[in-house]
Design a protein around this ligand. Structure first.
Ligand code: DLL
Length: 438
């Protein structure tokens, strides 16, 4: 059977490479000038680097522009990177981050319109339409997930249930009674909901759910299979970050062969996070974005630190918009354990392949004299046993499998079902205790 592909803005979504390049070159010239004229940070940066907006004629010139770092936003906290006066800002969002002050972003009325358009495209790319009832369990508030989905879902004419995150029992009641067809939340929260349904002995087939749009944190293909199996839905990956708008930067289409980045609004690049050099298509590195249409807080070559690979081939869905591979992790989350580089998502991928291991785990890195990797792994109720010898064998088996696939020595600690804390938003799966010991 041939696949069905829905589009919100067919004209823009189906532009070919040459057309997209033309749009990008034109918009790049305009945004560079806009930043130079309106953001003192960029004006100074350009002058320090003997750079003038006229030096940027096409995308090939983009490498002349210095990288913008998250630290630059922190240094300009809260509003100094804004390109317009506060009277023109109609909304503020912020991402919490684990340390220090949040990263603050501001939207003009036009920015909200653009974001809404991007979210409309994004939601429809997963074949969700106005026929659907969307249970939006992303947090509403300073976090961009809730409101981002809300506006996009309303735009396409779907029915939105603005339930926000948490109160899982109520989520389930609403899901049953309102016959939600789409669930939007973090992948970890979707699993929590699935677990709750199981504990309440509710048959998932008695629900109306058919699609899940999950993002805001990395999740492996193995986790996708677990979610799809547990909820009997089609699960799509959505990516975004507050600094660019929030969700709606990229989305998987039904091909699930990478996430399409909306290139009429963003220019993506991959750089080497070590030396800042641009990498070629198909090479892995850190994702960098230039915003092409933002008014409130335009950003040139903003380093996300998210690790991925870009692919500019045309997709079977008809879109040419560049695809990014599922994010492997953040460059700053990469674990270097006794000299071996490991992404938490690789650990997750290997772990999820082992029968009896649940999707609840924690990676703890500690330092005695050498670094120690402790993996707290929750056993599924089916695999859990009171017999110490059985659990001991299971633990050794996990340790051996991780060693043979990732060449890392992990001390596995098995825990009983339900013992690892669940999350309603972004899961905290990695705990690095090393900094505390230094
Ligand atoms: O997490 C925006 C969002 C909301 C995306 C809802 C998708 C769904 P921030 O809180 O600013 O924004 O966090 C952005 O989260 O740089 C990535 O490290 C991570 N991230 C977001 N989506 C994904 C994803 C929102 N699909 C940071 N896969 C980003 C992996 C993701 N990581």
């Amino acid at each position: 059977m041939s696949k069905r592909y829905e589009y919100w803005n067919k004209e823009m979504e189906l532009k070919n490479r040459k057309e997209l390049d033309e749009i990008q070159n034109k918009r790049l010239r305009a945004i560079v000038k806009y930043c130079y004229d309106n953001v003192p940070f960029y004006n100074k940066k350009f002058k320090e680097n003997n750079l003038h907006p006229d030096d940027i004629k096409t995308k090939d010139d983009i490498i002349k522009i210095p990288i913008t770092y998250k630290q630059d936003l922190r240094d300009n906290y809260p509003f100094n990177m804004f390109a317009v006066p506060m009277k023109d800002i109609v909304r503020i969002h912020a991402s919490s981050g684990t340390t220090g002050k949040p990263t603050v972003v501001g939207y003009t009325a036009k920015d909200i319109e653009t974001w809404t358009e991007l979210m409309a495209r994004t939601i429809m790319a997963t074949n969700v339409t106005k026929e659907d009832i969307i249970q939006n369990a992303y947090g509403y508030g300073l976090f961009t997930g809730g409101l981002g989905f809300h506006y996009g879902a309303e735009k396409i004419g779907a029915t939105v249930i603005p339930i926000s995150g948490g109160n899982t029992e109520r989520q389930i009641l609403i899901m049953q009674d309102f016959k939600s067809t789409v669930l939007t939340c973090t992948p970890s929260y979707s699993l929590y909901i699935a677990e709750y349904l199981k504990n309440l002995d509710i048959d998932v087939d008695s629900l109306s759910l058919r699609v899940g749009i999950f993002g805001a944190e990395p999740w492996s293909e193995a986790l996708r299979s677990k979610i799809e199996d547990a909820l009997h839905i089609d699960a799509f990956d959505i990516y975004g970050l507050s600094e660019l708008c929030g969700p709606g930067v990229s989305i998987e289409c039904p091909e699930k062969a990478g996430l399409h980045i909306w290139e009429d609004h963003f220019i993506p690049e991959i750089i080497d996070p070590e030396n800042g050099e641009q990498k070629n298509m198909g090479e892995q590195g850190a994702l960098v974005f230039t915003t092409l249409t933002k008014e409130g807080i335009p950003l040139l070559r903003y380093l996300t630190n998210d690790i991925t690979v870009l692919n500019e081939e045309k997709c079977n869905c008809g879109r040419w918009h560049i695809r990014m591979r599922k994010v492997i992790g953040r460059a700053d989350d990469m674990l270097i354990i006794r000299g071996i580089n490991v992404f938490p998502s690789e650990v997750e991928y290997q772990l999820m392949k082992i029968p009896g291991v649940s999707e609840n785990y924690q990676i703890i890195i500690d330092r005695d004299i050498l670094d120690r990797l402790i993996l707290k792994v929750e056993v599924t109720p089916e695999a859990f046993s009171d017999k110490v010898s059985e659990m001991e064998d299971f633990k050794k088996n996990i340790e051996q499998r991780l060693y043979s696939s990732l060449q890392i020595h992990a001390n596995v600690e098995l825990v009983a079902p339900g013992k690892i804390e669940r999350s309603i938003g972004k899961a905290k799966r990695v705990i690095d205790l090393r900094t505390k010991n230094i």
